[in-house]
Every structure is written in C-alpha cells, then in structure tokens.
Ligand binder design. Structure first.
Ligand SMILES: O=C(O)/C=C/C=C(\O)C(=O)O
Length: 67
C-alpha cells in the first residue's frame, strides 16, 4: 500500500496537518488509481533546533532573520 511520510517544522495548527493528510491521501489515491483506504500518510514534526539548512538550524535562522 502507498505510504507517504512528510516532515514539517513543529508548530503548525492541527487543522493544517489534518488538511494536508486528507489532500495527500486524495492525491495519491487519484494518481495511483487506488482506494483512499489503502493510502497511509504520516506527518512527522521536527523541532526547529533539529532542522538544518546549510549547516544552520532553523531556530538559528529564525533568530537571524533568515527563516
Ligand atoms: O527547509 C526550509 O527551508 C523550510 C522548511 C519549512 C517547513 O518544513 C515547514 O514550514 O514546515
């Protein structure tokens, strides 16, 4: 069965995460011609201190105005 994992920075409202799960399920079901019931979506939330871009954490980048 199709399985999609998404990593987001922690802090988004639950409504957005729920909407993303629904949208990804519908997109995968349509593109792959399978029933939505077989699609799995997991959303992993990452602390900004643990997400690095160019060697600098998102927490650092936010503090310096880069993010
Ligand atoms: O990697 C980046 O530059 C930014 C990532 C942002 C997200 O993943 C988010 O908004 O959740």
């Amino acid at each position: 069965m199709p399985q999609i994992q998404v990593t987001l920075l922690k802090g988004r409202p639950q409504e957005e995460i729920t909407a993303l799960g629904k949208a990804l399920t519908e997109a995968a079901a349509s593109a792959l011609a399978v029933a939505p019931e077989v699609v799995r979506v997991s959303v992993v939330e990452c602390e900004p201190t643990n997400w690095f871009v160019g060697g600098e954490s998102m927490a650092q980048r936010r503090g310096t105005g880069h993010a």
